[in-house]
Design a protein around this ligand. Structure first.
Ligand SMILES: [Zn+2]
Length: 253
């Protein structure tokens, strides 16, 4: 039997780092036993799968097309790639809707985002894998599409309103906390409201974070646990245990 995992970073863009081996070493030293690597396009999805091949039982791959890449990607090819490979991955992701980009102002672009999110969710639903979902300025549409699909999901880096959070929890979804839980008022309000049993921890690394003054790394997931524990008045060990169990249960790892 596998020894109990201590900590999982549930959302990392491994293609943003030069060497997966360095990340693996850093994580092991920090007590992080697993990392879910998401893909933002076909190439980074491929890289996530490759890293998982090199470090099995440590890197777990997710594949998808991030909404920021929706106009830059051959979506027919992406759909085929996801269909062919999803059964070897722990999740569909990163996928979602983002209406905050300038390029997403036209109705047709938003419609295209929704069309492909629906398609990708259908593929995930067919093989029964969950989704790692991105949503910005589009929570209502995202929640509607994911709920209708019947696919289990984590709304990664959830920073929407608390009333939408309640709908999302009622529908059975998870939310994940990033290092901004140390200082973002909105995210802190959300994380206070969400029960620990529905929270995952992640770094979305590498991403520049004002609070860190640098790009995030998977080891920063330790800070997320500490900040959540402080915010909720819980023991960090308890936060690590429960969020790890949540990630294991969602991704079936
Ligand atoms: Zn991401």
């Amino acid at each position: 039997m596998r020894p109990m995992r201590r900590l999982i970073d549930s959302h990392v863009h491994l293609d943003g780092f030069p060497d997966p081996e360095v990340i693996h070493g850093e994580c092991i030293s920090a007590g992080i036993d697993a990392v879910v690597c998401v893909g933002g396009d076909i190439e980074s999805s491929r890289q996530a799968m490759e890293a998982a091949g090199r470090f099995p039982d440590f890197f777990y791959p997710a594949i998808g097309v991030h909404p920021s890449n929706i106009l830059k990607t051959d979506l027919v090819q992406a759909e085929e790639f996801i269909s062919d490979n999803i059964s070897r991955c722990v999740a569909l992701g990163e996928v979602g809707l983002d209406y905050a980009y300038d390029f997403a102002k036209p109705k047709e672009v938003r419609a295209k985002m929704r069309f492909y999110l629906e398609r990708f969710l259908e593929i995930a639903g067919d093989v029964g894998v969950p989704a790692s979902v991105h949503s910005r300025s589009a929570y209502r549409d995202t929640l509607d599409l994911v709920a209708v699909s019947g696919v289990e999901a984590v709304f990664h880096w959830y920073d929407g309103p608390v009333h939408t959070l309640r709908r999302l929890l009622d529908a059975g979804f998870y939310v994940s906390a990033t290092p901004v839980v140390e200082y973002s008022k909105g995210v802190r309000a959300v994380m206070l409201e969400a029960p620990l049993e529905r929270i995952l921890v992640e770094t979305d690394s590498p991403v520049f974070l004002r609070g860190l003054g640098r790009l995030s790394r998977p080891v920063d997931v330790v800070r997320v646990v500490d900040a959540l524990a402080e915010l909720k008045g819980l023991d960090p060990g308890e936060v690590a245990r429960v969020t790890t169990r949540n990630a294991e249960s969602l991704f079936r790892i």
